[in-house]
Design a protein around this ligand. Sequence first.
Ligand code: ADP
Ligand code: ZN
Length: 636
Amino acid sequence: MNTPKEKYEILKTYYGYDSFRDGQEELIDCLLSNRDVCGIMPTGAGKSVCYQVPALILPGITLVISPLISLMKDQVRALNQMGVHAAYLNSSLTYHQYLKALALAKECRYKIIYVAPERLLTEDFLDFAVHAPISMLAVDEAHCVSQWGQDFRPSYLKIPDFVQQLPTRPVIGAFTATATREVKEDIIRMLNLSDPHMTVTGFDRKNLYFEVRHDKDKYGGILQYLNAHPDSSGIIYCATRKNVEEVCDRLISDGFAATRYHAGLSDAERRSNQEAFTYDETPIMVATNAFGMGIDKSNVRFVLHYNMPKNMESYYQEAGRAGRDGAAADCILFYSGQDVITNQFFIEQNRDNEELTGEALELVRQRDRERLKKMTFYCHTPDCLRDYMLRYFGEYGAGYCGNCSNCLHTFETVDITQIANDMIGCVLTSGMRYGVNVILDALRGSKSEKVLRFQLNENHYYGSQANETIVFLRQVLNYLVLTEYLVVTDDQYPIVKVKEKGLSFFSEAGDFRPVLTMKAARKTTQTPSKGDKASAYGTFSGETSASSGSKKHASAPRTGSAPFESLRKLRTEIARAQHIPPYLVFSDKTLESMCVLLPQTKEEMLTVHGVGELKYQKYGEQFLKLCQELAGDPEI
Ligand code: ADP
Ligand code: ZN
């Protein structure tokens, strides 16, 4: 049986990683103890490790069901690079190749086999499967089973049939990045998961920097960015094919190595452009949203949006293709009012689903309009962008992330001493009996029915903060709760009360009183358009990060530094010689840590993030030699 040590050994030897990320270990442990799992993790969180590690420990074969040919190829190539025998069975193989792979599979030559869902019930495949020792079934992109999801694939519905035909039921793991309730329920039901262990990991990707820009000249803004990041690879998303063509042509004529991708190109051109991008030959990809499903290029350093997407789901998915290696990456959206109009047009014209008519169609449109509105608010909010996004996906952010354009540029430190004084005073003198809204209304001098009924209009602090907005006062109140000056009780009718810290603050007057400050969105930055309720989404901006005031964010890793460039050059040479994409040799993150540590021995090299024993055998010595040279270089 497996020992806890074994999974760490595998992680280290094959992947070169020292620790599991959030959620990975519990999913692996469950699968190893024969319990079904459903893992919901955002793109880039590391879903594949969750089924590949148990696959290497379990006695038999693991089948991975995946809908995307390019993704299968990529994963299989990466596994073979790491020294794991893996194969894929899909329509990209000729029949002859397919039979050959199947024959090898029957001899148990592969530990992991990726298979397209439509193959499962074919005669050849079934004949193999019922006679093979299949330990586990991993269902990737499991949301494809749900009609609620955006990529429903009817062939996924055949998975339970397939499982039924097997002599023994393998343990099943389902993985997806889509987290809505309907999709989750569908996955469990449609795949017949038995009492699955659910793991949902946070959607926050701390290494991504978010920014919204309102440049009049979008192309100029993009150019400026690219000039400032000359060696980085990234994607520029555009709303239409026409935009893709225009932007790509201009970039090429301005001397950038760019390529393009959209549904109007031939299959062959799409494929070759994608390869050129993957292999860093043309490190800039200009594309419509047709590009992306299944790209696993880990060193994407930026995702720029030339147009605003139609909803936050699309935006987060596309932006999330940046920084999958965990190193810093930029996600910048170039907004213009025209984008709203274009998207509205798409929504009104949408006839994608012919089965929808009348009321149902109108309902779908209504939802789309609502989602577009929230996407537009994102482009206008003065609050933390990350916070806004996390709230949209039903999580709570800290209010201030320190790694988005709003936190870095539009937040300022404001003195809230007087407001805090009046707020605490109002709560105390009214007997600590009222809820948040009543207190805020009183401070604002409102004549609401409750304020009058409770005679708060006679309170000393009534109207003392009439010049502040209710939104800002609410932020201050939240901040005072977070910092334990106030507390809001947990009852059916929550009441604001003053805590010890608030009492002593209130009782110290004049020069002895400490100045209270908090981080808040600057009030004058952007005037949200009429009806824009953006600020209602992010409620408070507490001082939760010490890194305030800094105007620079950590952008791409030590790219540009001499050692990094030497390491990268070596990586490119090796990749060229072996005809594999550079990131399969080592990721940017690995080069980055190599550059910091400059290992001088094999042991030291093996401590570098992403260098496992097998990778070391392949490339370790070359990189070690270079690191030794770099360490001896007086210039560095
Ligand atoms: P997903 O399928 O969830 O989008 P992947 O499985 O492709 O994500 O993993 C994204 C990246 O994270 C890969 O480069 C992978 O090697 C890396 N990764 C996964 N698990 C770990 C870990 N425990 N430590 C460091 N890197 C990891
Ligand atoms: Zn932020």
